[in-house]
Each structure stands twice: as structure tokens, then as C-alpha cells.
Design a binder for this molecule. Sequence first.
Ligand SMILES: [Zn+2]
Length: 227
Amino acid sequence: MTDPEPQRGAYWAQQSPIDINDSIYTKGLRPLRFDYADEVHGVFGDPGHDPGHSFDLLPGSVAHLEFADQRCPLLRIHLHAPSEHQIDGSSYPMELHLVHKISRPVWGSTAVVVAVFVQEHASASAPILQHFMKHRDSGPGSPVALDPNLCIPEDRGFFRYEGSLTTPAFAEQVSWVVLRTPLSALRPELEALRKRAGHPARPTQPLQRRFVLRSFADHPHRRATGE
Ligand SMILES: [Zn+2]
């Protein structure tokens, strides 16, 4: 049994995902610092039960995000198709989630999730998706190695907001970092993963009493503040 969809009431005030259609440039946001080894070891979940192709890192892997003056270990990578977050009302074909644990919770958050969009491209292939495709049939539980740096585009401009898990029980304890620059992938790569990646994208949720911050100056939202 899964938890019912939360009511849009007073309690559920910080739900995810959201449509980012307005944001505030905030100079004080620290640049993202990923301290990821070139190779981490982990296991893929059973494709029959895990449509998000979750890759769970094994203990001992060196992969951290510096966030809120802490080193937050990377626990898991998984996919959503189509994207869960939207930018100015538009989705991407896929969204990758890098889930990090916040050991000393801040602002009620116990996890910081970095979301990376994937766009379709005629010629540019995404090596990280090739890793996912190569290993998806290796059988659940067989340890494999991949390079988590391949998940991170060169440009690290990002949006920041406080939100929730996007699967039951939708707990409001996630700090979200949504990268502005998508990875690019060929259509066959996207198709092959999407066939199994039925990890449903949760509909976008109301922003309510929240603001989205961004780390970069130039982003002409279609719906500007005050319109
Ligand atoms: Zn996710």
C-alpha cells in the first residue's frame, strides 16, 4: 500500500517536484563542489522492481557533495522519464537524481538531491547513460563500477529550493539542487532506458510560500515576477 497523495493543505507546504518559472539570482550561493572519485562501486536494483534503474553505492565509495558546511556522501543515482522538474513549463525527456545524505540535518533536510536534466541530441551521446544501459542486464546485485563525474555537466549553474521526496511518503526533508544545463543523449539511448524506466514522474506541485534561488545572473524566465 502506498501513502495517499497529500492534500494541498497547511501541512504539505514544500512538495516536489516544481515548475521553476521564477527564480531569484542570489550572489551568496556557494558554488557546487563535487568531490567524486573517478570510479565508485555499486549495485543496480532489480529492473523488474526498480524502474528507475537505481544504482546504490557500496560502502567505502568516495563521492561527496559539499553542502551546508558538510561532506554529504552520495548514496544513490536513479532516473526519471520524463523529467520531474520543469523549467518554464517545459519537461525534458529524462532527469537524473544524485541522492546525497546530510548527516547533520539542516533546515529539516536529511538529503540533498542534485537533479540533472537530459535532453535529446542528434549527435551527442551521454556516457553515463551508456553505463546504465550496459549494466542494466548484468543482473541485480552484481557490483559494477562507474564514474559519477559523468553525471555532472561542465556548467554548474543551479537552482536551489527546499522540497520533498517525490515518491511516497513525500517527506519534506529534501534540499534540491537543479542544474540548469542538461546532459545530451541520443534518441536510442533515451528510448532504451525509458522502456524500462517507468519510474513515474510525479506531477509538479505548488510552490506556495517558497522562493527558488539561482546561482547565475542571466536567466530570462518566460513568466517574470510581477506579471
Ligand atoms: Zn528521484
